[in-house]
Design a protein around this ligand. Sequence first.
Ligand code: 3EB
Length: 340
Amino acid sequence: MSRPQPFAGAATLPGLEFGYAPADTRARQLADPHVLAVIGFGAHAPVLDDPRWLRVPLQPLGAQAAPIEVWRSAAPVRSGRDGDVAWSTDGNLLFGALEIDELDDGLEAAARRAYARLGAFLAGGDMPHLLRIWNYMDAITLGEEDAERYRRFCVGRVAGMEAFDAARLPAATAIGRHDGVRRLQVYWLAAREPGRPVENPRQVSAYRYPRQYGPQAPSFARAMLPPAGASMPLLLSGTAAIVGHASQHSGSVQAQVDETLANLASLVDTARRQSPELPAVLGAGSPLKVYVRDPSDAEAVATRLDASLDPSVPRLLLHAQVCRRELLVEIDGVHGAATT
Ligand code: 3EB
């Protein structure tokens, strides 16, 4: 198999590859000492002992068998568990995962506990700089106005983030599950050196959203460039049909897909001003996760993506709830990856 060159010409740090692979290669991936993380999706993904294995209970949509996601380092990896945190590292990059049950005090308190635990874990090591974080929770839009669960999550997240450098928010995804399991799942990529956050000129920065979206603006950057010299892709946050701070195209999933892709293109253009070696358009090194609220929209979403994206762009559709009720689709991923 031909290996595309990692994009950073003068890379001095071992690189990280991202890609999807057939689920039946799982054992082989986990036997590879360079593999930092392997993610399996859906109710049928097994529970395994390996700290590099993460089971994400979001159900894949579509006819194809669900792939696994593989993060592979150019350097050998060691891994372990520290209490409730599963981790792996190549010495420069750190993958970690944590699950916190919601107790009687709810999602806000679970988010506060999760982020306090994460902050303490990162502060205790030599890879403290959070580049990218994923937050998966049940029933994200349940509750009215400021009692809505996503808004409580945003409040708890900030309360737990005291140990963080607020000027360097990570790229992020916060998305809802449909499984009724009240457990917050958080996983992340951190680094020895800080990354370089990227904002989207088409969108108000999420951390500056006005009060109408909740008492605490969401704490994330729209994208993250890797530390200078690292041979790693651009990390794209969960991106939806939001322009300025307002949701667009209520009721039209096709138009929301188009607007979301325009936002992703704008992020890539913006990142390329700092990293001109990044490819100009999404391609084989841009594996995407496409979160679809209503499974009956999956075909329309897939068709729209087929019409707009280069066929080489790997995409995985997952059944998930976006954190605003009118938003039917959200996309995250990486761009400019050397592929596994
Ligand atoms: C948005 O643009 C859509 O709260 O961490 C996307 C990515 C969204 C991350 C988060 C929320 C988060 O506001 C929602």
